[in-house]
Ligand binder design. Structure first.
Ligand SMILES: [Cu+2]
Length: 411
């Protein structure tokens, strides 16, 4: 066999150069874009600790990777079979072997020490200032705030969903569990991920330097609508957080008699309240006796829970933070608010002008058509008559009008 030129022809070299430059532009362009779930843009202490570990490890591993690939490529090209005689066979080079054992061992120790120390730092709980329980279920997250002196003081339990509201610059400890299958909680800009496992409680620290909204996504495949199981952490200055707590704990205000919202209250009580709790909602019997309306989702939903709809319009999103309660314009005003103004805009909640009525209507009309759920009667029959998610309830449009008027009022 004759020796061939190992260099690529000029034209192919140019093509290869263009491909490499194009790929690099794509990768770099991707990094520069606005990426709400970017681990390379930490926004709190815990994410920062992970970041301080990941970039040097990535750098070292990257350099080693490039060197190894280059050496392999060189060996493949330079020593390829050209019919040359067999090279002289040798057995071992002790100096080289020892060096190539010690060097990686040192690199691994160099990576291992900061890794273990970061793992311990992230597991720290002694400095916790605020505790929130987080429960995953198909396909949304519930947050409940137990009574505590932390978080600036919470005098009665608060239960909400979708958006995890936390005080900024505060060490929050999440206690995570699940009501059905394994899910995983991850707000990339604030910390790493943590699985939520039925029957177990795992803890995860959260701290955000600045007020704002931090997006996340369930990261453990959990069934049909796994991709529609998102969450957002909303950080507020501690004073704004106090206002949020006070808003959540406000007494129930019944809609004005004779209003559309009052009809909505009755329609809601009849069609929704057996799954969804609204704190303070009552019914009055003809004899004048007042009974609290208590949800009993245990009987109807596999997970035994449905989102608490008290003050729904203080949230910006619904159904696993998958749809906005705000129109695009109003949403942008909140998401792009400067940190000093963010609290005020978030606490304004969803007004009638800002309501994204299209998605909410579609949801109430036929939730499974919007978000795939095992929520037909047939499918429920396979789960002991219980739904996984919210079934279609067959309401007519004027009933939906009433319910929306009702949900728009603060209760
Ligand atoms: Cu999930």
């Amino acid at each position: 066999m004759s020796r061939r030129d190992t260099r690529l022809p000029a034209r192919r070299r140019r093509t290869l150069g263009a491909v490499v430059a194009g790929a690099a532009a794509l990768v770099l362009g991707g990094c520069a874009q606005d990426a709400p779930q970017d681990t390379w843009q930490p926004a709190g202490d815990n994410a920062q600790k992970i970041h301080d570990l990941q970039w040097p490890v990535f750098l070292v591993a990257g350099v080693i990777g490039v060197i190894v690939l280059a050496v392999v490529a060189f060996a493949v090209v330079r020593f390829r079979d050209r019919g040359q005689p067999m090279p002289e066979q040798s057995h071992g080079k002790p100096a080289l072997e020892i060096a190539l054992t010690i060097l990686p061992a040192l690199i691994l120790v160099g990576v291992g020490i900061p890794t273990v120390s970061t793992v311990f730092d992230l597991a720290e709980e002694a400095d916790t200032e605020c505790i929130i329980n987080v429960t995953g279920q198909q396909w949304w997250w519930e947050y409940d705030y137990p009574v505590q002196d932390g978080c600036g003081g919470i005098s009665a339990p608060i239960v909400t969903s979708g958006q995890l509201v936390i005080p900024a610059d505060t060490n929050v400890l999440l206690r995570l569990t699940s009501r059905d299958v394994i899910h995983s909680f991850w707000i990339p800009k604030l910390n790493g991920k943590k699985d939520t496992v039925p029957g177990r409680v795992h803890t995860l620290r959260m701290q955000a330097d600045e007020p704002g909204i931090y997006a996340g996504q369930c990261t453990e495949f959990c069934g049909l609508s796994h991709a529609n199981m998102k969450m957002e952490a909303v950080a507020l200055f501690p004073a704004d957080f106090q206002t949020w707590v006070a808003n959540q704990l406000e007494d129930y205000q019944a809609p004005a008699e004779g209003s559309l919202a009052a009809e909505g209250e009755a329609t809601f009580t009849a069609n929704c309240a057996y799954c969804h709790q609204v704190n303070g909602l009552t019914t009055t019997a003809p004899d004048g006796s007042v009974t609290p309306v208590l949800a009993n989702p245990d009987e109807f939903v596999v997970s035994g829970a449905a989102p608490n709809l008290t003050n729904l319009m203080t949230r910006n999103t619904f159904a696993g933070a998958t749809w906005d309660l705000l129109t695009e314009e109003c949403r942008d005003r909140v998401w792009n608010a400067p940190p000093e103004e963010f609290g005020e805009r978030y606490l304004a909640g969803v007004s009638a002008d800002c309501l994204n009525e299209v998605d909410l209507r579609e949801w109430i009309r036929n939730a499974p058509a919007k978000k795939p759920m095992y929520a037909t009667a047939d499918q429920a029959a396979n789960s002991g008559g219980k739904f996984r998610g919210m079934p279609a309830l067959g309401l007519n449009e004027s009933q939906i009008d009433q319910i929306i008027a009702y949900l728009l009022e603060r209760h």
